[in-house]
Each structure stands twice: as C-alpha cells, then as structure tokens.
Design a binder for this molecule. Sequence first.
Ligand code: HEC
Ligand code: HEC
Ligand code: HEC
Ligand code: HEC
Length: 182
Amino acid sequence: MLKKTISLILVAVAAYLLSPSLSTAQPFGYEGVQVCGTCHKTEKQGQQLKIWQESKHANAYKTLLTDEANKLSGDIKAVENPKCLKCHASGHDVSDKKLLGPKFKIEDGVQCETCHGPGSAYKTLKIMKDRSEAVKNGLVVWKDKEEIEKFCVSCHNPESPTYKEFKFAEMWPKIEHKVPKN
Ligand code: HEC
Ligand code: HEC
Ligand code: HEC
Ligand code: HEC
C-alpha cells in the first residue's frame, strides 16, 4: 500500500516536471511591426508606428538591395549576407519558422522587436500594461540613457562598412518615440 502510494506520487511528480506547459520557457517569436502598431499608433499612445516608419531604420533592409550595398558585400548579395543582415534586419537567423508570426516581415529592417525583443509572449494588452510581466515575457528595457547609448553602439560602430561617428545626443532625438505624459 505504502509502496503504491509512493509510486503514484512519483508518477505525479514526473508528469508535473515533464508537462510541456511547465517546461523551461519557449523561445519568443517575432510578430512584426503591424502587430505592435495596432496599439502603438494613436496620438494618445505616442504614434510610435509613424515615427518608426519615417525613420531610416524602417529602410535598413531595403538599403541592402542597392548597388552600393552589393558592392560592399563582395561575392554574395548583401541581402543574403549574414554579415550585413546582422545589423540591418531581424529574423534572418531564426531557423524555426514557427517563431516568425504571419505578419512578420524581414523587409521591415530594424523594427520594433529588433530593439524591444521578440513580442509573441508580451504583446497582449494585459501583459503590456504590467511592465514587470512584460519584461518576464521578453520585453527589453533599459535602465538609463547610458545603457540605451551602449545598445545603439552595438550596431552603430566601426564594424559597419559605412560607419559614421555616432553622436548619441544628436541621433536619439531623430528616433525618439515617447508616450506623451498627460
Ligand atoms: C494590445 C495592444 C498592444 C500591443 C499589440 C502592443 N503593445 Fe506595447 N504597450 C501597450 C500598452 C497599453 C502599454 C503601456 C503604455 C503606457 O504605459 O501608457 C505598452 C507599453 C509598451 C512599451 C513601454 C514599456 C515600458 O514600460 O517601458 C514598449 C517598449 C512596448 N509597449 C513595445 C511594444 C512592441 C515592440 C510591441 C509589438 C511586439 C507591442 N508593444 C505591442 C499596448 C500594446
Ligand atoms: C540592430 C542594429 C541597430 C541598432 C540597435 C540601432 N540602429 Fe540605428 N541604424 C541601423 C542601421 C542599419 C541604419 C541605417 C539604415 C539605412 O540607412 O538603411 C541606422 C540608422 C540610424 C539613423 C539614421 C542615420 C542618419 O544618417 O540619418 C539614426 C538617427 C539612428 N540609426 C539612431 C539610432 C539610435 C539612437 C539607436 C539606439 C536607440 C539605434 N539607432 C540603434 C542599425 C541599428
Ligand atoms: C555593425 C553593424 C553593421 C553591419 C555589420 C553592417 N552595417 Fe550597414 N549600416 C549600419 C549602420 C549603423 C548604418 C548607418 C550609418 C553608418 O554607416 O554608420 C549603416 C548604413 C549602411 C548603408 C547606407 C550608407 C549611407 O550612405 O547611408 C549601406 C549601403 C550599408 N549600411 C550596407 C551594408 C552592407 C552591404 C553590409 C555587409 C557587408 C553592412 N552594411 C553591414 C550598420 C551595419
Ligand atoms: C532602434 C531601436 C528602437 C526601435 C526600432 C524602436 N524602439 Fe521603442 N524604444 C527604444 C528605446 C531605446 C526606448 C527607451 C526610451 C527610454 O527609456 O527613455 C524605447 C521606448 C519605447 C516605448 C516607451 C516610451 C515611453 O515614453 O515610455 C514604447 C511604447 C516603444 N518604444 C514602442 C516602440 C514601437 C511600437 C516600435 C516600432 C513601431 C519601436 N518602439 C521601435 C528603441 C527602439
């Protein structure tokens, strides 16, 4: 009897440990700017979608289609060169295509989730409204301006074949997209 109870407990523990919903986190998937833009487009929210669309980041992939880019890329086309895609796009290095949502487009270049992290798990209103839940579910945030600058410099650096000196104080206002305070 005791033996049977123990083995039942063991089975229950094993089932708990192996249950897929409880296994260690699934990698987060990319949703695409359209998904983020459904909420982040109103004046009240701060029109992040529009600000991004008007920034050069939105064209970073398209830039790789130009003759200038292909010249810099050497023997292979720039859009097929992982060494260029690395800073000019997201999603190119995702091998499990299930992690790319139906609205995700590599052509969107340096997009919301390139900076904020893939959003499949944090994109719901309930989670978005709770900063710490959002962070647990993959949202990337920064502590201060210094950390933000370091993040920018992870791409804006001399590894870029067309590198121009990166002056954070001038560059940040060009892409800043705040939620207005009321
Ligand atoms: C269903 C609507 C909705 C969707 C979809 C959505 N968001 Fe949000 N997001 C919100 C709301 C609401 C807030 C809270 C804004 C506030 O504090 O006023 C928020 C906050 C944020 C913040 C600020 C977090 C902080 O506290 O610093 C970021 C960054 C963000 N969202 C990025 C994204 C990205 C990237 C996507 C796409 C993957 C996305 N959101 C999709 C509604 C949404
Ligand atoms: C994932 C890589 C990546 C990150 C991170 C990144 N950028 Fe960029 N940025 C690019 C690329 C690539 C371009 C060039 C796009 C083009 O012209 O096609 C660019 C262009 C720009 C431009 C336009 C430059 C011009 O000459 O007008 C500004 C402004 C800018 N970035 C600001 C920033 C700031 C501020 C940050 C940090 C918050 C940042 N970027 C983070 C890749 C990145
Ligand atoms: C380390 C990140 C990084 C890598 C790697 C990178 N780029 Fe860029 N690229 C940038 C950034 C940032 C900019 C914007 C301004 C600058 O040149 O610093 C840019 C701008 C450009 C521009 C536009 C220049 C202009 O005049 O506005 C072209 C073209 C380009 N990159 C092509 C390429 C090609 C081709 C490759 C691969 C061989 C590549 N890049 C690799 C980050 C990168
Ligand atoms: C080049 C990187 C980059 C891209 C692209 C980008 N963001 Fe951000 N975003 C940032 C940084 C850095 C901050 C943090 C600003 C801060 O903490 O002062 C931020 C802040 C935010 C905030 C919070 C603003 C606030 O006032 O609290 C929201 C919301 C947001 N981003 C949404 C988006 C959405 C939606 C997109 C795409 C349409 C997007 N971002 C594209 C880098 C980026």
